[in-house]
Design a protein around this ligand. Structure first.
Ligand SMILES: [Zn+2]
Ligand SMILES: [Zn+2]
Length: 228
């Protein structure tokens, strides 16, 4: 018997009549997902002290920018074509702030209160990091739970053991070993038509050797996984 065709990305209970239910909804009171980590990009993507230093450096010599706007090369005082290659090159080299993942014209930071901005970043970092440390602690506590009905309380929610933990089927304390079953390559439109998929996402099927519980997970960039 081949694996049932399941949805991608989430684990599901497969019902006897062939239907399926997302496992997080099976028990209304105990969540079977880990509490989510807060994205640190909320503070890592912000302007940095270095960006502000660069801004201050550029604005100390703001006449250069005025010259450049009028089509004068601030380095040579010679006339250059507005919008031409040299003009653009100077703009990029002299008036852009080169941030980690993007570059922007220095005027973007006009009017920003640098001290309070940086204070805000520090505060965000502290808040998010402290929260995430608690989440990691909660995840360790969840993984250490002994029985299926055990739970911890975090942020007002009950969290229990996920259905499968470290290859062991934990649901209803089955404790059977979960084995990898079939693997199915990406079946998106691009893949089936011309093989030009930019983000191939295959599906790995699993089954509990003891009770037959089946589920699947998505595997990105796994087109060649197991030679398929
Ligand atoms: Zn694809
Ligand atoms: Zn089982």
């Amino acid at each position: 018997m081949g694996p049932n065709r399941l949805g991608v990305g989430m684990q599901h209970y497969v019902l006897k009549d062939g239907g399926r239910v997302s496992w997080i909804n099976m028990d209304q009171s105990i969540l079977r997902q880990y509490p989510p980590i807060k994205d640190t990009r909320a503070y890592t993507d912000r302007y940095t002290q270095g960006d502000f230093e660069r801004y201050n450096e550029i604005t100390q010599n703001v006449e250069s920018f005025e010259k450049w706007k009028l089509g004068i090369n601030p380095r040579t005082n010679r006339k250059i074509k507005i919008g031409g290659w040299t003009h653009q090159q100077i703009e990029y080299e002299c008036f852009y702030i080169h941030h980690a993942r993007s570059s922007f014209l220095f005027t973007t930071l006009d009017g920003v209160d640098q001290d309070s901005y940086m204070d805000e970043t520090t505060e965000m970092k502290q808040t998010i990091d402290a929260y995430n440390a608690k989440v990691h602690e909660a995840i360790r506590a969840i993984n250490a739970l002994k029985r299926w009905e055990d739970y911890i309380v975090f942020d007002g929610n009950k969290y229990g053991i996920p259905p499968v933990l470290a290859n062991i089927h934990r649901e209803k304390d089955c404790m059977g070993v979960v084995a990898e079953m079939d693997y199915e390559s990406c079946r998106c439109h691009s893949c089936t038509d011309w093989g030009g998929c930019s983000n191939p996402t295959g599906t790995q099927y699993y089954a509990c050797e003891k009770c037959g519980y089946k589920y699947s997970t998505a595997r990105s960039f796994s087109k060649n996984y197991k030679g398929k």
